[in-house]
Design a protein around this ligand. Structure first.
Ligand SMILES: *Cc1c(COP(=O)(O)O)cnc(C)c1O
Length: 371
């Protein structure tokens, strides 16, 4: 039984019935095959390729290594234009590839990278754009594609939030040269830890597969300075156990999303964001605590904490404000006014498929009383 004051976290992992996981993982025991592209790995990869409409999928141990592999596979050099309004792993993958992140400002409505700012930041050193479908809200993929084509740039989408997300032209993962999904415990689809690279080009997939396996081409040849990005059979078993439940998880999240929208619509100083997706995945429930709100974002965050509700200031601080990025010219706060403002106002409220209405009303009531 949950009591009145049990903690409510911003997310809680989706879990299939335990036996569905153990039944799948038992087959790895029986085969004595634990990793290196076993039968469960192949089964999950095939299931995802089918789910994504025939795109190429390469499973990874996490999205961070996947992002690093994406930069390496596309042989990027020099500067990569990216957003400061994301999780730190987005930019870290560039530094690990000796690339220079160039931060540009975001769109005030979607909080995704602003294509006009991207175009203005292109130099003769620019090799790629790394954009993020923040909160599972689609980027302006057409505008980004047009800029990339015009200037001959590669496009990587950090699609860590974008599992089962459809824009008006279909699966969001078909856009760009590469998309990188995260299957971390807190994400929409989880394999404990995990991730995947999605692309269209089978030759690119081959390079990626070699990169994630130490760069091994065959018994006698190493083609690149690869690393170990492989997903184990136990992680793949978890993915296979999750897949049949994805629709039910989505319905649960949609219900939570709808109740927040209904209850918070007219609350002064609480600005709701809209996904803009044809089929949203309800990965997060971000709100902006604007200047009209009687209490500040940080005061509301603390007040929720006093009620044992752990919301998240996601993304605060901006990536560009962390020590290893701060000195870059593009990190200057006056280059990123919209991202600075959003970062000071953003708050992600608890959302997960089995968040009960009573628990959710606890969150809503604290916000209403404070506003
Ligand atoms: C979670 C996340 C990552 C990192 O994913 P891991 O699988 O934990 O490595 C990268 N980018 C964004 C935007 C994320 O939210």
């Amino acid at each position: 039984m949950s009591s009145k004051d049990d903690p409510i976290y911003v997310v809680r992992p989706n879990l299939p019935p335990f036996e569905e996981f153990t039944r799948a993982v038992k087959t790895a025991w029986d085969r004595r095959w634990l990793t290196n592209g076993g039968a469960l790995h192949q089964e999950l990869e095939t299931a995802l390729e089918k789910r994504f409409g025939g795109l190429q999928v390469s499973l990874f141990n996490n999205a961070t290594i996947g992002l690093m592999a994406a930069c390496a596979a596309l042989d990027l050099k020099g500067e990569v234009i990216t957003t400061p309004f994301s999780f730190i792993a987005t930019a870290h993958s560039l530094l690990w590839n000796s690339l220079t992140p160039v931060f540009v400002d975001i769109d005030p409505h979607s909080l995704n990278i602003d294509p006009a700012k991207v175009e203005a930041a292109i130099t003769d050193k620019t090799s790629a754009i790394m954009a993020v479908h923040c909160y599972g809200h689609p980027c302006d993929v057409e505008a980004i594609e047009a800029i990339a084509k015009k200037h001959n740039l590669k496009v990587i989408y950090d699609a860590a939030h974008a599992f089962d997300l459809e824009c008006h032209c279909g699966n969001i993962l078909q856009h760009g040269d590469i998309s990188v999904l995260s299957f971390h415990a807190t994400k929409v689809f989880n394999t404990f830890e995990g991730g995947a690279i999605v692309c269209k080009d089978p030759a690119l997939k081959t390079r990626i597969e070699q990169f994630k396996n130490f760069g091994i081409v065959d018994d006698e040849h190493i083609g690149q300075t690869g690393l170990n990005g492989k997903m184990s059979e136990a992680h793949a078993a978890m993915g296979l156990a999750q897949l049949p439940h994805m629709d039910e998880y989505r319905k649960g999240r949609a219900r939570v999303d709808a109740l927040y929208r209904c209850e918070l619509a007219d609350v002064k100083g609480i600005k709701l964001l809209h996904s803009g997706a044809k089929t949203p995945n309800y990965a997060y429930f971000p709100v902006l605590i604007t200047d009209e709100c009687p209490i500040s974002r940080d005061a509301l965050y603390d007040l929720l904490k006093d009620h044992n509700i752990i919301a998240r200031r996601y993304f605060y601080p901006l990536i560009s404000d962390f020590p290893m990025y701060q000195a870059l010219p593009s990190s200057a706060p006056d280059n990123l006014p919209i991202a600075q403002k959003a970062s000071s106002q953003i708050l992600c409220l608890p959302i997960y498929p089995d968040l009960s209405e009573a628990e959710q009303m606890r969150v809503i009531n604290v916000i209403k009383e404070a506003s």
